[in-house]
Design a protein around this ligand. Structure first.
Ligand code: ATP
Ligand code: MG
Length: 184
């Protein structure tokens, strides 16, 4: 089980200033008035885990995750989200990093796309996606239920429901690797 320890955001959606959220063991609740950024925080989690669809982040294109300006603040050209994981039980593949704590950082520059780092070392998006797919907590995972998605889950087709079960069983990472192997 992957334990999230810390989420850092800078320039991501409404979080223009650097913001750090400590995630302690147990339940974390985020409360606040409409529009204060609760869903943006969940989207930051999804994004740093390798989300590739701007639509699932309520945007038209990926650059829309970058702070777009407000009445008194100019837009940014860069967004960065860092997610720290407790890796004391070495659940992460040693090839990524063999440290007690892993920080996965995704950064996007306007018109230049995203880069990923694990503890400072550049890695592929795929490495990050597989890390979370194996931990059954990925960007598409059932572990993250967006606002309004409960109804969609109830109405899911059997094939989609099977994907959800596989995700929950922690075997979707294997499927994904098999698919890659078949393409080679
Ligand atoms: P609710 O309780 O209604 O679900 P919420 O707390 O989930 O609200 P969010 O949807 O996370 O709120 O935040 C919405 C706010 O984020 C809006 O004010 C929107 O303008 C702002 N926002 C979203 N994307 C950006 C961006 N790229 N740049 C600046 N602000 C943004
Ligand atoms: Mg919301």
């Amino acid at each position: 089980m992957v334990q999230f320890v810390r989420l850092r955001l800078s320039g991501f959606k409404s979080f223009v200033d650097s913001t750090e959220l400590l995630i302690e063991p147990g339940t974390t609740a985020i409360v606040g008035p409409n529009g204060c950024g609760k869903s943006n925080l969940v989207e930051a989690l999804r994004w740093v885990m390798g989300e590739t669809s701007a639509k699932r982040l309520r945007g038209g294109e990926m650059d829309d995750v970058i702070f777009g300006g407000s009445a008194n603040r100019p837009p940014r050209n860069l967004a960065e989200v860092g997610l720290s994981l407790d890796n004391r039980d070495r659940t992460a593949p040693a090839s990524l990093n063999d440290q007690d704590e892993l920080e996965i950082v995704r950064r996007i520059e306007r018109d230049k796309g995203s880069t990923y780092r694990v503890n400072g070392r550049e890695v592929r998006a795929r490495d990050v996606q597989l890390l979370f797919a194996d931990a059954a907590s990925g960007a598409q995972s059932t572990a993250i239920v967006s606002q309004g998605r409960v109804g969609a889950l109830i109405n899911a087709k059997p094939t989609d429901r099977r994907m959800l079960l596989e995700e929950a069983a922690g075997i979707s990472g294997l499927h994904s690797r098999r698919h890659e192997a078949e393409l080679r």
